[in-house]
Design a protein around this ligand. Structure first.
Ligand code: FAD
Ligand code: DHB
Length: 411
């Protein structure tokens, strides 16, 4: 492939048009910092990728603040509670009452569509789709650059700073020498089988049901679309899980003694996601910064992944603005340390909640988790802590901050 084109320049090269990359681009735009987003896949693929669906209030506030909240305000479902089910009994955790904030259900792909439309159609700026980054050069030097492919040619983009918001399998983290990174990983022996079903949700809140066969979960995307999950073995396949088996398990695992019924409908999407926890420290190497899933993965129970990615870029944007516009590196130097506080909080909470509602082979672990779950549902203090962690009131940076405000807070 020819590499004859002259190099391009920008202030921040962002790898990845997931939530982290797209929100960072908007925040930098507000700070007056030029940026280019390079995305490996095409627009249709990125906009159709079904993943998260539960947003913390801080994430919702930020989306409004950057001008991406219009459709969300109309279409999102706001929940003031969620449910824990155990021994066929229903226990409502009133998050709004206990922790003072709701959770909002709005599909990640809708967030991504709104962010792309804002940048491309409204601001007439580009997201470079079909542009996989192949290589990051000189990340620790003064003139880092990325080499990417687009339109059958190889291009070089020189930047002041490179942000790898390129997900768990991206190139960013792998560019950092192993000796400079400490990596923590836990692989759970199970996966989440997720389906989207074309049927009205059977409840107006999210339900986590602990069952001897494994977790059964009900969520939703709209008044006519249900999102359901089952704990299954790692490596489970569609062949092993025909529609009838999925519904049979969902009915069984979500059953309640009060006659609650699960609505069935056509399955329009199916996926299996292995469950893991992962953290890479630090989240920076010279002029290369990691954000979102590129640096950390939480088990999905508790819905923290997308919200965590948003927290990272909220911290990163003012830091990069100060670094690039004022040559002030103080915030950038604190980026990793500041993020790792909220990252480890989310890891702790997500792993804790995972163990609470999933079944394990170890009978002792099983019995302890059940005892803990029974404590949570019977003690208001325990419910308050759960609710506060669930809505994410702790460890969130303020929605709108200037670099000097942030510095004043930190120093
Ligand atoms: P991504 O969304 O992975 O985006 C990275 C982007 O980088 C992608 O578009 C990718 O194509 C691109 N890319 C990769 N490599 C390159 C390259 N070399 N060059 C250019 N581009 C590249 N989180 C929640 O908060 N709430 C939930 O309810 C929730 N539920 C979940 C349910 C499931 C089943 C799963 C799998 C995840 C869930 N999550 C949830 C997690 C959430 O989806 C992720 O944490 C979130 O997508 C992270 O965003 P990101 O921008 O960091 O990464
Ligand atoms: C959803 C995902 C989660 O991880 C969770 O804890 C609750 C709901 C969802 O996709 O709707």
């Amino acid at each position: 492939m020819p590499d004859s084109l002259p190099p391009q320049r920008t202030q921040v090269a962002i790898i990845g048009a997931g939530p982290a990359g797209l929100i960072l681009a908007q925040l930098l735009h507000q700070h007056g910092v030029d940026n280019v987003i390079l995305e490996a896949k095409d627009r249709g693929y990125v906009e159709a990728r079904i993943r998260a669906g539960v947003l913390e209030q801080g994430t919702v506030d930020l989306l409004h603040q950057i001008g991406a909240g219009e459709r969300l305000a109309r279409e999102a479902l706001v929940h003031d509670s969620f449910e824990l089910r155990v021994d066929r009994q229903r226990h409502i955790i009133k998050i709004q009452d206990l922790a003072g904030a709701p959770m909002t259900v709005y599909g990640q792909q809708e967030v991504v569509k709104d962010l792309i439309a804002l940048r491309v159609e409204k601001q007439r700026e580009q997201v470079l789709f079909d542009a996989p980054v192949l290589h990051i050069a000189d990340p620790a030097g003064e003139r880092p650059s990325v080499v990417y492919e687009h339109g059958g040619q190889r291009h070089t983009l020189i930047a002041d700073v490179i942000v790898a918001a390129d997900g768990f399998h991206g190139v960013g983290r792998n560019t950092i020498p192993n000796s400079m990174l400490k990596q923590y990983q836990r692989d759970y022996p199970f996966a989440w089988l997720g389906i989207m079903a074309d049927v009205a949700p059977s409840a107006d809140h999210v339900i986590y049901s602990r069952h001897t066969d494994g977790l059964g979960m009900l969520s939703m995307r709209s008044p006519t679309l249900s999102r359901l999950y089952l704990q299954v073995d790692r490596g489970a396949t569609r062949e092993q899980w025909p529609d009838e088996r999925i519904w049979e398990h969902l009915h069984r695992r979500l059953a309640a003694d009060d006659g609650w019924r699960l609505n069935e409908g056509p399955i329009i999407e199916f996926s299996v996601a292995p469950i893991k926890a992962f953290v890479a420290e630090p989240m920076r190497y010279g002029r290369l910064f990691l954000a979102g899933d590129a640096a950390h993965i939480v088990p999905p129970t508790g819905a923290k992944g997308l919200n965590l990615a948003v927290r990272d870029v909220q911290v990163l944007a003012p830091a990069l603005a100060a670094l690039i516009k004022d040559n002030d590196s103080r915030l950038a130097d604190k980026y990793s340390e500041q993020c790792l506080k909220h990252v480890w909080w989310a890891e702790y909470f997500s792993c804790w909640m995972t163990e609470l509602v999933h079944t394990a082979d170890d009978p002792m672990a099983q019995a302890l988790a059940l005892a803990e779950l029974r404590t949570v549902i019977s003690r208001r203090g325990a419910q308050t802590l759960l609710a506060e962690n669930y809505v994410g009131v702790s460890a969130r940076p303020p929605a709108s901050v200037t670099a000097s405000e942030t510095l004043a807070r930190l120093t």
